[in-house]
Ligand binder design. Structure first.
Ligand SMILES: Cc1cc2nc3c(=O)[nH]c(=O)nc-3n(C[C@H](O)[C@H](O)[C@H](O)COP(=O)(O)O)c2cc1C
Length: 329
């Protein structure tokens, strides 16, 4: 049985890996994930705020008790981060020594200015690849979609300028034309697309009339959005695709690969059930291949993508119309 996969040019023993989360903040849990069979590790992100903090606000932070502006979000959140930039680089270095699987560093970026030097340091620290999380939420009415995409491409260019590590970009689903933007990223040298960031939607507390930040772990229903876009992109643009969001069961893994995933990232299910849950996903995938007399993942990957599916309209507008017209309790 051959579960091997190439993701971002990295040979993996299978496609399943923990995605970015606090689970990968400690060497013990990284080793536990390797013991559970993880094919690679995506480290939690270093946020742009942390990098900017050291460049522009370090002194302020050092003196924060005496004179910091506590309303400054850079200062307010500083202690919440697990790592500063130097510690993050050290964490990459130690993680590489601790395990024998690829280590993917994750950077969460909003502007292009910060990244050239840091990307270079990430490469020197020994990371095997970079996942760039482009988490940007426009709230002003003057910025156009084109301007935002342009800024994202500038961030990609600055990471490339600093490092020649393979680069994946983790995106949100909110693009007017995702295929076009993915194609622009690919032309800019991006090797992989990670679908999708989850936006943590604040709730509203009606009793206190307050906005209440909320982080709910996912369930498998979130996978459907990812499956559709995996299927639409798969085989049509020369990038590797990874899924993140809603992978909880072996069937979720199998569906993701059928839709075209090269990499399958899991977080909520590991936070809920512990690292060994990853092993059950690998076992379930292996059993499925055996039961269906398939010898390798290549026999499965993309079989139900938009290009190959015997029923492409299921992914397209026709299915939307059909679903509404024929809805039946
Ligand atoms: C507690 C927590 C922390 C996370 N931290 C990060 C992070 O640092 N960087 C990032 O790109 N994604 C982060 N994520 C998002 C996950 O990597 C993943 O994309 C998301 O949880 C969807 O996958 P899931 O359904 O398997 O949980 C975090 C998620 C959780 C629950």
């Amino acid at each position: 049985m051959n579960l091997t996969t190439s993701y971002l040019g990295l040979p993996l023993k299978h496609p399943i890996m923990p995605g970015a989360s606090p689970l990968t903040n400690h060497l013990d849990s990284i080793r536990a994930l390797e013991d559970a069979g993880a094919a690679a590790i995506v480290l939690a992100s270093l946020f742009e705020e942390q990098v900017r903090l050291t460049q522009t606000e370090r002194l302020k932070l050092e003196n924060r008790l005496a004179e910091a502006d506590t309303e400054d979000p850079l200062i307010e959140g500083a202690d919440a981060y697990a790592f500063g930039p130097d510690e993050y680089l050290e964490h990459i270095y130690r993680a590489k020594l601790a395990v024998n699987i690829p280590i993917i560093a994750s950077l969460n970026a909003r502007t292009p200015t910060t990244w050239v030097d840091f990307a270079r340091s990430v490469q020197q620290a020994g990371a095997d690849a970079i996942e760039l999380n482009l988490y940007f939420l426009p709230t002003d009415f003057d910025t156009t979609a084109g301007e935002i995409e342009h800024r994202m491409l500038e961030i990609v260019a600055s990471v490339h300028q600093g490092s020649n590590l393979p680069l994946a970009v983790k995106l949100s689903p909110f693009f007017s034309s995702l295929p076009n933007f993915v194609s622009q990223l690919q032309r800019a040298g991006v090797k992989g697309i990670v679908l999708f960031n989850r936006f943590y939607q604040p709730d509203i507390n009606v009793r206190f009339q307050e906005v209440a930040p909320k982080l709910e772990l996912s369930d498998s229903t979130e996978l459907l959005l990812r499956l559709r876009w995996l299927a639409i992109l798969s085989g049509r643009v020369p990038v590797d695709l990874a899924v993140t969001g809603g992978v909880h069961t072996p069937n979720d893994v199998i569906k993701s690969i059928l839709a075209g995933a090269h990499g399958v990232q899991v977080v909520s299910s590991l936070l809920r059930h512990g690292p060994m849950h990853l092993r059950s996903l690998v076992t379930g995938l292996t059993q499925y291949l055996e039961e269906h007399h398939l010898h390798s993942l290549d026999d499965l990957r993309g079989k139900l993508n938009l290009a190959q599916s015997p029923n492409p309209e299921a992914y397209e507008r026709a299915n939307y119309v059909h679903s509404l017209l024929y809805w039946d309790r």
